[in-house]
Design a protein around this ligand. Structure first.
Ligand SMILES: C[S@@+](CC[C@H](N)C(=O)[O-])C[C@H]1O[C@@H](n2cnc3c(N)ncnc32)[C@H](O)[C@@H]1O
Length: 314
């Protein structure tokens, strides 16, 4: 997703190809970030179309406005949560839209410049909020959750094998004082993971706990679920929604949500007749998740885990 501070848009050509945009389209880009996708979407829909570009991080919206320069007249930029898609469009008096993009995860700005403690490779204060208005910071969460709640969080949102030991180590640490920085958190995690497992195939030992805390702080999975549901409602017939996810928990939600629009019966196999009554309202465009090629991963290592799925409303 980025080198040298600039965010490199992931799967850019694939997003444009699968969204299949035309002049005059209205597109909701729920994750404006560095406006990398937005710039190219604008080129596809201008001068008669518009992009509604949304980001939870206010500094990101200001920087994106600057980056768009003269293209800004084809965009409406809003500092909000993409889960509020219905309200955002209602306030703008926009009925149906032709395309939606959600490029989940972190921007280069958030990792490298925000100072909010997203990276286990930096020593910063624990915050991890995308925006300013969401509930608990990572500091508040890590210093207030019970051992059981921490363990549950690390297991559910980080799929962390050593959830139990790490949560116990956090509680022990808290007996002496608060956990203030990402550096302290990394040290606690490293101390709680057995030596051999610490630097194995599954990457940095703090990776999964950082992911879990970030998901918890930002209610990321709830937001994603709501945005897909409400986004699908406001898509016009023939309109498409593209979602790029970066880990299995997100991808599972995208895959299952999209499947629910295909009319596939979800009744237990022993039911004699269908009672779920599911109707086909969508067509999945990407039979399998689209992954970046070797060249993209080489040029932009942060794209490595990206998976793109696209659905069309019928
Ligand atoms: C991977 S970046 C997007 C990068 C962008 N597509 C580009 O190419 O420059 C994800 C962005 O989504 C924002 N974000 C995450 N969750 C959000 C939410 N629920 N609502 C709005 N923005 C969100 C983050 O602040 C971040 O700027």
């Amino acid at each position: 997703m980025g080198t040298g501070g600039f965010h490199i848009p992931v799967l850019l050509n694939e997003v444009l190809y699968y969204l299949g945009l035309k002049k005059g389209d209205y597109v909701f880009d729920g994750t404006l970030g560095g406006a990398g996708h937005t710039v190219e979407i604008i080129k596809a829909i201008a001068p008669t179309g518009k992009v509604i570009g949304v980001d939870l991080n206010s500094q990101t919206v200001r920087t994106a406005a600057k980056r768009l320069g003269s293209l800004l007249r084809f965009a409406i930029l809003i500092n909000d949560n993409f889960a509020n898609i219905k309200n955002i469009l209602k306030e703008l008096n926009i009925g149906k839209i032709n395309g939606i993009l959600l490029d989940l995860g972190l921007s280069s700005y958030l990792i490298e410049e925000s100072g909010r403690g997203f990276s286990y490779l930096k020593n910063e204060k624990l915050d991890m909020r995308f925006g300013d208005s969401v509930g608990l910071t990572a500091y508040e969460l890590l210093n207030s959750y019970s051992q059981g709640d921490l363990e549950d969080l690390f297991r559910r949102f980080g799929e962390e094998l050593y959830s139990k030991g790490i949560s116990k180590a956090i509680i022990d640490y808290r007996k002496k004082g608060k956990i203030n920085t990402t550096g302290e958190l990394v040290q606690i995690i490293e101390g709680a993971i057995p030596g051999k497992a610490r630097y194995g195939k599954s990457g940095h030992p703090a990776k999964r706990v950082f992911q879990a805390v970030r998901i918890g702080v930002n209610r990321e999975l709830d937001n994603l679920q709501e945005a897909i549901k409400d986004g699908f409602d406001v898509l016009s017939s023939g309109g498409r929604m593209a979602v790029i996810s970066y880990h299995s928990l997100e991808d599972r939600i995208v895959k299952r949500s999209f499947l629910s629009y295909t009319g596939k019966c979800i009744c237990p196999p022993d039911f004699p007749v269908c009672v779920c009554g599911r109707k086909k309202t969508g067509r999945i465009i990407t039979k399998k998740a689209v992954r970046p090629g070797e060249k993209e991963v080489m040029e932009n290592p942060r794209s490595k885990s990206a998976k793109l799925r696209v659905i069309e409303k019928i």
